[in-house]
Structures are given as C-alpha cells and as structure tokens.
Design a protein around this ligand. Structure first.
Ligand SMILES: Nc1ncnc2c1ncn2[C@@H]1O[C@H](COP(=O)(O)OP(=O)(O)OP(=O)(O)O)[C@@H](O)[C@H]1O
Ligand SMILES: [Mg+2]
Length: 326
C-alpha cells in the first residue's frame, strides 16, 4: 500500500518546454540549506508572473536530489471550493472521506497520517502552488504538516495575498521562511534574452526589455520569441546602441555589458558612446572619454551627432562611425 502511494505521489520533474533556469542561485542555495537543516520549508512570495512556480519546482527538484520524495499540487479557485480538494489527487482518504465527513478535523488528521506514513523514512518535499487559494481544511492540514518537521513545504503565494491571516501564519507560526521572488535584474534579462535569441543584444534593448517586462519572466518569454523568427541568424552583423536616453540607464551596467560582449566585437558594426539626446555640446563632453575605451575593447566606435553639432567641431579622428542622433 505504501509503495503504491509512493508511485502515485512521486512526480517526474519534467520541465517540459521551460527554458533553462536563469538566476535564482541565491534563493536555491538558501532552500538547500534549510532542507539540510530540517527546516519547515519556504513561502515564495512574488508578483504575478515573477517566476514563483518555476522557482518552486526547482526547489522541489533540489529537495528530490537531496533525498526527498517530491510531491506537488496546485491550488486553484476550483479546488478552493472543496474541502481538501487540492489534496484529492494525492490522498485516497480524501476520496473516501469527503462525501461523508461532517467532521473535517478527523479527515484532516487522517490525511496527515496517510501522507506521513507513506513517506516515512524518505522525507517528503511537498510543493503547494498558490497556497493563498487553499480551502480552510487544507490550510489546517498544511499547518499540521509544517509542525511535523517531517515534511519540507515549498509554497508559493501571490504578493497581493501575502498579508492574509493564513499566509502570515505560514512564516509566523509554521516557521516557513519567506523568500521574495524579485524581478529579474538587467544582467539576467540580458543573459536570458541573448541565450534564447542566440547572440548578444545591445544594452538599449536589454533596458527596453527590462522596462516592458518589469523583470517578469512571464512577459520576457512573450517578447523573446525565437519561434516567431526573433532568433538571430548565424553570421548576422549587429550594432550596440547605448540606451543612455533612459533615466534608468546605469553607466556601470552598460559598460560591463560592452566588456562582456567584446568577444563578439568583430561582428558588431559599431558601439555608440553615451550621448545626451538633443544636445551636441553635452554629448561631446559625455562621449569623448568613452571613445578610446570602446575602441580599445575592439569595437568600431560611433559618435552621436546631436542637435547643434553643425556649429561645433567634430572629433573625426576619435571615432569610426558618425551616428546621426537628435
Ligand atoms: N528564472 C527563470 N528562468 C527561466 N524561465 C523562467 C524563470 N522564472 C520563470 N520562468 C518562466 O517564465 C514563465 C512564468 O513563470 P511562472 O509561471 O513561474 O510565474 P508565476 O510567478 O508562477 O506566475 P503566476 O503568478 O501566473 O502564477 C514560465 O514559463 C517559467 O518557466
Ligand atoms: Mg504560478
């Protein structure tokens, strides 16, 4: 009986058409540490589309690699209308009991026993996606399981629901560690998009992607669509605009990106030095220190001619391409 349950409950962590995981190393390291220390588990909190489910599945995969039996369930609005509905696919006792049970306390206790019995000795890694949608009886079961210390709980919660009583109690009373699923940083958006599109993308585009996607992998996947032909064909030439027109532009990040992509400088038509939109005088002052540095990386460097350049000297010897801006 126990063996049969294990077969049903142990899932294959096939990530299907998911893309390679980007970032989240610190979060996974923390989860591994908690698992090894027999912690109760984690609550992964983030905005819709921030990557909570994906991170939770990676945490479960990690727990499995450390010896746990991996089980996952997804709470939805539909399961929230049924007592213990989310556990129905896992626990025969729910099928047998729900129809007749008037006393949910007894049913919750039987579910706890059945789950723990089935996984005695192995440790259970239990993922509950969208834990904020659990019904009351399931919430009670989760709280009991957290206290048992025999189950490592990996839960996800939408940040809108992070203040509800049950969710607060997960970290306050059940001692699950709260882990924020933050938007992906620009560097990860760059890594993610250039890996998917098959080559470097310029920093201006990275910034545009960051702003349009708000750092959410869900949206990023919609923008980076190699299946629709956005993949960079082999042998194609490219340009590296700077993105300095944005008020969120950061010089150090742009420079780090340019340095990182220097091995591809040969196929790059030009890399534009930072400029000031609509202001030639300010552009000359801003660009000039960068022109030799960009060249030294192996790029052909572009100087942006901005409004008013016609009345000012052009530093012709210091750049390779004149970029008509303004
Ligand atoms: N770190 C990541 N690396 C690669 N792909 C990711 C990453 N995070 C999320 N994704 C992908 O982005 C998409 C959306 O992520 P996910 O479903 O985990 O977001 P979510 O926060 O759970 O969304 P929802 O609020 O709708 O439940 C999925 O296809 C997922 O595989
Ligand atoms: Mg999700």
């Amino acid at each position: 009986m126990v063996r049969k349950l294990r077969q049903v409950q142990s899932i294959e962590l096939d990530l299907g058409n998911d893309w390679p995981l980007i970032g989240r190393a610190a979060e996974l390291e923390r989860v591994g540490e908690l698992y090894r220390r027999h912690g109760s588990g984690v609550v992964l909190v983030g905005a819709p589309g921030a990557g909570k489910t994906r991170l939770a599945r990676e945490c479960l995969r990690l727990a499995k690699s450390l010896g746990a039996t991996a089980v996952d369930c997804i709470a939805t609005r539909a399961t929230s209308a049924l007592p213990l509905g989310v556990f129905a696919p896992l626990l025969p006792v729910v099928h047998r009991g729900v129809a007749s049970a008037t006393d949910h306390t007894d049913l919750v206790l039987r579910c706890r026993e059945e789950l723990l019995d089935a996984h005695k000795g192995t440790g259970l890694g239990l993922l509950i996606d969208n834990a904020h949608l659990l019904d009351g009886a399931s919430q009670a079961l989760v709280e009991l399981l957290a206290k048992s210390r025999e189950v490592f709980l990996i839960t996800t919660v939408d940040d809108d629901a992070a203040g509800t009583d049950f969710v607060v109690s997960l970290w306050k009373n059940s001692c699950l560690e709260r882990v924020a699923v933050e938007p992906l940083a620009d560097e990860w958006i760059d890594a993610f998009s250039s890996a998917v599109l098959g080559g470097p993308i310029d920093w201006a585009t990275v910034r545009q992607l960051a702003e349009a996607s708000e750092g959410k992998p869900l949206f990023l996947r919609e923008f980076d669509t190699p299946a629709q032909g956005s993949k960079r064909p082999d042998g194609v030439v490219w340009c590296a605009d700077n993105g300095a027109y944005s008020d969120k532009w950061e010089e150090t990040k742009w420079w780090a990106w340019l340095v990182k992509n220097a091995p591809y400088a040969e196929s790059c038509l030009f890399a534009t030095a930072p400029d000031v939109v609509g202001d030639a005088e300010a552009t000359i002052e801003r660009s000039r220190p960068w022109l030799p540095k960009i060249r030294a990386l192996g790029y052909k460097v572009a100087f942006a001619a901005q409004d008013g350049q016609e009345n000012l000297p052009v530093p012709w010897d210091e750049f390779d391409v004149l970029f008509l801006g303004g």
